[in-house]
Design a protein around this ligand. Sequence first.
Ligand SMILES: [Zn+2]
Length: 332
Amino acid sequence: MMYTQYLPTLHGGLESKKTTRQPKVVVLAIGSAALLSSVGLSTPSTAQAESACSIPNTIRLSDLSTISTSCSYKVSAIELPDGRQFPIPDPGYSVTLHTLVVEGEDSANDVSIDRSRSGEVTVLLGDAIAQAEIESRMNSSSTRASCTDSYNLLGFSWAGSYGWKYNSENQPSSSALDQLQAGGSRWGGFMSVCNTTLRSNATSKYQGTTSDTPLVNADLTCGFSIGGQSIVGFGPLPTGTLAATCTWRLLSLPVKSDQKYNSNYSWNVSLGCSGNVYDLRGVATHEMGHSFGLGHVDQSSGLVMKPASGPCETGQRDLGYGDALGIAALYP
Ligand SMILES: [Zn+2]
């Protein structure tokens, strides 16, 4: 599991990075126990109190202890060690970012920022690639689905369908939407894999087009949101990143999950695949897995939810055993 190695609560100190095979995890919190009992969810009526807060635009991880749980940070961002700036969620909200990277590329760290109802902020950085094996299913269009049984739950599921709208701006082809929908529908119904039949009630519901854009920024950060329509679309992301998904939660319930696919890469939208292109349906299956509530597993697993993909990896269209076990557990 990626995010289970919690360090004790720190106040302003950034744990030193270790280049081991363990996932890099950083946990930081603001505020103190003494404050928690007197601070509730922020409401519009706290505007006067907020005006008394001295709030910088950017708060470094090492400075988290200097800010108060009672202040709203709507216009402020947490600066991560790599320079990325994430908006600070409102109390009770959390946001997570997961990526799928090109095989062999360095991973941008996956990020989870959680703000408790009482205002404490917890930042988790998990380097999925650091724990990944080198082996993979590159060019595995003819191989069978993986029978590895691992999966990783992010801690949420949708009460009903995961409903999303599509922004066709920057799309590689008019067939792209079909591939995205196919990636979503892969996770529901009866799944026969590795001589076992499993069933899940996960449903991905396409709800039409929109001119709104996914709140997944080009610098691999998530925008500020308190929920709303989930949006899927194409746009620029850093080189090496094929796609990224941001999911916002309120008190652990998902309220929005946006997916962005990197418009700087060439995408395959056909049944077959050849050349130095990436299979949209396979990558969409992976991103939909994140939106449904699944996290990454080891690269060596060969499962859909491994963190990196190679060109024409059409094998990622099909759930492996662990993928099916995970979605069946989330949506029984
Ligand atoms: Zn991913």
